[in-house]
Design a protein around this ligand. Structure first.
Ligand code: ADP
Length: 191
């Protein structure tokens, strides 16, 4: 069984790589961002609760996000493994995930951190705005806010996972295929 966390700033390419990895290793792809956007499009209570935070470039509060992730993991616990994309993003989320994976007896194979320079992230997010239809990509101030939130709340998790000896840093600046093959070699070395 393989369980992965894909880690990195907004625009690092987590979603792109997660889809490829899910297909290659037969994993269930859980993207908290995608789940929130689906709930928003359907106008559910959860979607409405998340909307104001997402549109301001802020994180959705931990209790909402953790509860949602738990439901999805519980529902698919008997598959061949998970790839988490966009979760965890805070220390309480990482701690909750660790407890949940212990309870469900799911091993954490690796945390893949995609390393991309700020200027390139901003360039990619601006470019994505044209096609993603995402309001949080369309506004320069919101993009900067998301990068700020990433640095203050999410980046500290790298140390958390480094201490657990599961962190794998991968250069996220090459072609999609090159990055994918780098990630695959790291996973094969761990699995
Ligand atoms: P990005 O490309 O910015 O990484 P995502 O699609 O992963 O985008 O997430 C979009 C938004 O959804 C985030 O800016 C945040 O508001 C919310 N979100 C996604 N995952 C989480 C999470 N684990 N905790 C809190 N909020 C989240």
């Amino acid at each position: 069984m393989i369980n992965l966390i894909l880690f990195g700033p907004p625009g690092a390419g987590k979603g792109t790589q997660a889809v490829k990895l899910a297909e290659h290793f037969g994993l269930r792809h859980l993207s908290t961002g995608d789940i929130f956007r689906r709930e928003m499009a359907e106008g559910t209570e959860l979607g409405q609760a998340a909307k104001t935070f997402i549109e301001a470039g802020k994180l959705v509060p931990d209790d909402i996000t953790i509860g949602m992730l738990k439901n999805h993991m519980m529902a698919h616990r008997h598959g061949s493994g998970f790839i988490l994309d966009g979760f965890p993003r805070t220390l309480p989320q990482a701690e909750a995930l660790e407890r949940l994976m212990d309870e469900l007896d799911l091993p954490l194979t690796a945390v893949i951190s995609l390393e991309v320079e700020d200027a390139e992230l901003i360039r990619r997010l601006r470019g994505r705005a044209a096609t993603s239809g995402r309001t949080d990509d369309a506004d320069e101030n919101i993009i900067r806010k998301r990068l700020e939130v990433y640095k203050s709340e999410t980046l500290p998790l790298k140390d958390y996972y480094r201490r657990r000896s599961v962190l794998q840093e991968v250069n996220g600046m090459g072609t999609i295929e090159k990055i994918f093959s780098d990630i695959c070699s790291r996973i094969q070395a761990e699995a």
